[in-house]
Ligand binder design. Structure first.
Ligand SMILES: Nc1ncnc2c1ncn2[C@@H]1O[C@H](COP(=O)(O)OP(=O)(O)OP(=O)(O)O)[C@@H](O)[C@H]1O
Ligand SMILES: [Mg+2]
Length: 262
């Protein structure tokens, strides 16, 4: 087999294909030192907000950072960043740069951002694996991956194909978010992906009982709290990046970055 991967004797061809693909992804991403997914099974808790601001907070430390929008059918990263750049769809994909961070998203491959991307699961999974296999990120210190909600297709494909450093699990103070973040984290752990820690987003500043419970259930540390603040909403509309603009919002993310870097 290409790359010299040893297959278990008598392995089913589908299994062999996944192992081969995993090898190709690994080869394509050899220039990346750390890969972190930002994840929760629950929609709307702020995965994209946290992924973007985390990417820029890391970049502000002088690190070379890439941001992959793995929300294939509802890609939001480019809108949050006010990016209108398109990518040539022929491999390898070259992610454009915004304020020093390389960004790749399916939104850069469609002609009209408002058009819905209506794909069944297998096509969505294929797109994620194509991004992982065929994007030319060059040398990066960190690749941050903005995950979609749910516990199927994209999260599953990402966990299968990618050796992540781990997930940052995003939750909000409410119990329902805590329970869903537990679900996401437990799924990841079951598939062998490490949980780096939990971020409470839209926070009062002090973690709720539900957040503490979720972190404890996952055996993960609380990386920090991101305050509930309208400037995050304003930023997502205007394309301005909150951590680059406001020092108090940056300091919420600095705390998270400090914990990730230790
Ligand atoms: N800390 C915050 N304070 C105030 N508003 C926030 C905060 N974080 C996120 N938001 C707002 O909440 C909404 C949802 O955020 P975001 O899109 O980041 O969530 P998501 O988890 O990525 O959603 P999806 O599951 O749809 O991908 C956005 O309008 C965003 O601006
Ligand atoms: Mg999102």
């Amino acid at each position: 087999m290409e790359g010299g991967t040893e297959l278990p004797k008598g392995a089913h061809p589908s299994f062999a294909r996944i192992i081969e693909q995993k090898e190709r992804v690994k080869r394509n991403l050899t220039g990346i030192k750390h890969k972190i997914g930002v994840y929760s099974a629950k929609g709307g808790v702020g995965k994209t907000t946290v992924a973007i601001n985390l990417a820029y907070a890391l970049s502000l430390r002088g690190l070379r950072v890439g941001l992959l929008d793995a929300d294939i059918d509802c890609p939001n990263v480019t809108m949050f960043l006010g990016m209108e750049e398109k990518m040539d769809p022929h491999a390898p994909l070259h992610p454009p740069e915004k304020e020093g961070v390389l960004v790749a998203s399916t939104a850069m491959l469609v002609d009209e951002i408002r058009k819905p991307i209506i794909w069944r699961g297998p096509l969505i999974s294929k797109m994620v694996s194509d991004f992982l296999e065929h994007t030319d990120w060059g040398e990066l210190d960190y690749l941050i991956i903005d995950m979609p909600p749910g516990t199927s297709e994209v999260p599953l494909t990402t966990m299968q194909l990618l050796s992540l450093d781990g997930f940052v699990i995003v939750t909000t103070p409410q119990r329902i978010a805590g329970v869903n973040s537990m679900r996401s984290g437990l799924m990841a752990k079951r598939l062998g992906t490490h949980i780096i820690g939990v971020v409470e987003n839209m926070s009062s500043g002090k973690p709720s009982a539900a957040t503490n419970e979720a972190a404890a259930a996952l055996g993960a540390e609380l990386l920090g709290c991101v305050k509930n603040d309208d400037r995050f909403n304003a930023g997502s509309d205007s394309g301005e990046i909150p951590v680059l603009k406001y020092s108090d919002l940056k300091s919420d993310f600095d705390e998270i970055v400090n914990r990730i870097l230790t």
